[in-house]
Design a protein around this ligand. Structure first.
Ligand code: RIB
Ligand code: CA
Length: 319
C-alpha cells in the first residue's frame, strides 16, 4: 500500500488516566502520527501535576524524544476547578509509575503552539485536545493568524443528548474553560468533537481490562491499573459494567476514522455565568440555520476501539 506520511499532531492534555492512555495510543503509532510536542494544561489536576504526568507517559512509552511543555495554570476567566475526586490526588492513581527523568521543555506551551504553528505550512498541524482548551484559546488570542496552520482540532469535550458530567448541562473540559472553548468554536478552524455522546458508548468492561492485563507487559499492566482506578467513580455513578473512556477517542479517530460516526452541526458554547455555563449547544437538527462549525461524533465501534488500544499498547515501549 502507498506509504502514508504520518499526520503531524500536537497533543494538548491534562493527564488524567484517560489522557494517559490517549498519549500511549498516539506514541505507539509513529507510522501514522508524528507527535510534534505535548502541551500540558491545568484541568483534572493542577498544572504542576499534569506536566509531570505527561512526561511520565512519554517515558512509559519509550518516547522521551517528544518535547513536553507546561502551559496555562488556570482557565482564561474562571477560577480553576480540578477533578481529584475522579482522578485521585496524583492524576495518575491506579499505576505506580516512577517520577520522570526527561526534562520539561523551557518556555511556555502557548509560545510553543504559536511558534510551531507560525512556522508551519497551511493547514498542516492537527491539534488533539484532551482537556480544557485554555492553551489553544490563549494561542488564538496571542496570534490569531495561526488558525490557518491548523488542519483540524480533534477534541474530547462537550455533551448533548447525553447531558453533562460535571453539571447537568456541561462536560468537564468545556465547563472548566468555556471562554477558551468559545474562541476555538468561533475560530473558523475545522473541528471534530468527541462529546460524552460517543465516549459513553465506549465502556471499559472487565473483559477489556483483562485483555490489557493479558499483555503481561509493564505498559499493559499500567494501562489496566489506570483504567481500573479511573472507571470506579463512573461505574458507581452510572451503575454500568465499566466506565466511559473519553480521551483515547480523539487519537483513535485519527488512526481509524471508520470506527466513528456523526454529523456536521453548529455548536455554540454557553459562557454566561448561569446554571448552563459550559454547555455545548449542539444544533443537531439544524434549527438555528447557522452554518455548521464542527463534526459532532456520536457513534463508535467500541469493540474495534478497545482492540486498537490493546494492539498499540502491546507495541510499547517504542524504540
Ligand atoms: O469529561 C471528560 C474529560 O474531562 C476527559 O478529558 C477527562 O480526562 C477530563 O479531562
Ligand atoms: Ca483529559
Amino acid at each position: 500500500p502507498r506509504r502514508m506520511t504520518p499526520r503531524q499532531i500536537i497533543i494538548d492534555t491534562d493527564p488524567g488516566q484517560d489522557d494517559a492512555v490517549a498519549m500511549l495510543l498516539a506514541l505507539a503509532s509513529p507510522e501514522s502520527l508524528e507527535v510534534l510536542g505535548v502541551t500540558a494544561v491545568a484541568g483534572n489536576v493542577p498544572l504542576a501535576l499534569t506536566e509531570v504526568n505527561a512526561r511520565t507517559m512519554c517515558e512509559l512509552a519509550g518516547r522521551t524524544d517528544v518535547p513536553v511543555f507546561a502551559g496555562c495554570p488556570r482557565p482564561m476567566m474562571r477560577p480553576l476547578h480540578t477533578a481529584e475526586y475522579v482522578h485521585g490526588p496524583t492524576g495518575l492513581d491506579g499505576a505506580d509509575l516512577p517520577e520522570p527523568t526527561m526534562p520539561l521543555q523551557p518556555g511556555h506551551a502557548v509560545d510553543f503552539l504559536v511558534e510551531t504553528l507560525r512556522a508551519a505550512p497551511e493547514a498542516s498541524i492537527t491539534l488533539c485536545t484532551l482537556g480544557p482548551l485554555t492553551n489553544i484559546g490563549m494561542a488564538l488570542v496571542m496570534a490569531p493568524e495561526i488558525a490557518s496552520s491548523v488542519r483540524e482540532v480533534v477534541m474530547m469535550g462537550g455533551a448533548f443528548f447525553e447531558g453533562g458530567n460535571t453539571t447537568p448541562a456541561a462536560e468537564f473540559n468545556i465547563w472548566v474553560d468555556p471562554h477558551a472553548a468559545h474562541l476555538v468554536f468561533t475560530s473558523g478552524i475545522p473541528i471534530t468533537v468527541m462529546p460524552l455522546d460517543v465516549t459513553h458508548k465506549a465502556l471499559t468492561s472487565a473483559a477489556r481490562l483483562q485483555a490489557l492485563r493479558d499483555l503481561g507487559t509493564p505498559q499493559g499492566d499500567a494501562v489496566a491499573g489506570l483504567l481500573d482506578f479511573y472507571d470506579r467513580y463512573d461505574m458507581e455513578k452510572y451503575g454500568t459494567d465499566g466506565g466511559p473512556l473519553h480521551d483515547p477517542c480523539v487519537i483513535a479517530y485519527l488512526l481509524d476514522p471508520e470506527m466513528f460516526g456523526g454529523k456536521r452541526c453548529h455548536v455554540a458554547i454557553a459562557t454566561d455565568d448561569g446554571p448552563a455555563i459550559g454547555m455545548t449547544l449542539v444544533d443537531w437538527w439544524g434549527v438555528t440555520g447557522l452554518e455548521p462549525n464542527a463534526t459532532v461524533i456520536n457513534e463508535i465501534d467500541a469493540a474495534a476501539f478497545y482492540a486498537l488500544i490493546t494492539d498499540r499498547v502491546a507495541r510499547l515501549p517504542m524504540g
